[in-house]
Design a binder for this molecule. Structure first.
Ligand SMILES: [Fe+2]
Length: 250
């Protein structure tokens, strides 16, 4: 039997009620969250294997600051024509829990196009590919920890967690730290998305305030006249206002 959104929503509601009754505050992503059916495949089931971090670094990719071209932060200029969709700036600041800037960090993003389609062989759902949009960009934070991308707003897309499952529109973010082993990955969402309540990935963070920290804010100061919308999204790496990250547990 194929499960429906009602089945998944009932599971989400049951976990949410159990969480509310527990009185606990749980701000991390639950790595094993049954309504997200494949989550069992997406987290370790065995204790981590200890590696010498310095030895690992010898095998990890390296890049220098000169390798990141400032134009790579503009996802709308990677092809001959303009991508279709709502053009926007996404900007913010990466800080530690005390508000200190995380400087010169490699920030990478990847996202679906305006129709909700990724350029990926696993994504074959019948939304159009955009020949003018690849959906990947990167930049370095400045001395104040700020990043800025120009892109188009991604569309929601279907996935096969259950019958008629749709992901809220989102942009994937990776922040590298100073070593490859410090890489952090998370997703940014858009305000007031009606799919939040239905999405078992967003709901895998039990605490509403923590979930809210993954949602960007519309920021009129980040818009450009006659050109683009603007969203602001800050990433906090430590402390009580920490941005929830994939793959970490409290
Ligand atoms: Fe995605």
């Amino acid at each position: 039997m194929t499960e429906t959104q009602a089945d998944i929503s009932a599971e989400i509601a049951a976990i949410s009620a159990e969480y509310a009754a527990s009185g606990a505050t749980e701000t991390s992503v639950r790595l094993d969250y049954p309504p997200y059916r494949s989550s069992i495949l997406r987290h370790p089931t065995k204790a981590p294997y200890q590696l010498d971090p310095e030895e690992l670094e010898l095998w990890a990719p390296v890049f220098g600051h000169q390798d990141v071209d400032p134009l790579e932060a503009d996802l709308t200029i990677q092809h001959r024509g303009e991508p279709i969709g709502e053009r926007m700036t996404v900007a913010g600041r990466i800080t530690d829990g005390d508000g200190r800037p995380v400087r010169h960090q490699l920030v990478e993003i990847w996202q679906a196009n305006a129709g909700g389609r990724y350029i990926h062989q696993r994504d074959q759902h019948p939304a159009p590919l955009d020949p003018n949009f690849t959906g990947m960009g990167r930049c370095l934070t400045d001395a104040d920890g700020r990043y800025r991308f120009t892109t188009i707003k991604p569309g929601p897309y279907p996935w096969r967690n259950h019958l008629n499952a749709w992901r809220p529109a989102h942009i994937h973010f990776s922040v590298f730290g100073t070593e490859f082993t410090q890489r952090l990955v998370t997703q940014m969402y858009f305000p007031s998305d009606p799919l939040f309540a239905l999405d078992p990935i967003y709901q895998a963070i039990p605490d509403q305030a923590a979930r809210d920290r993954l949602v960007a804010t519309y920021d009129h100061d980040e818009t450009a006249a006659e050109f683009s919308m603007g969203y602001r999204w800050d990433i906090v790496l430590t402390g009580s206002r920490r941005t929830p990250l994939e793959g970490d547990a409290e």
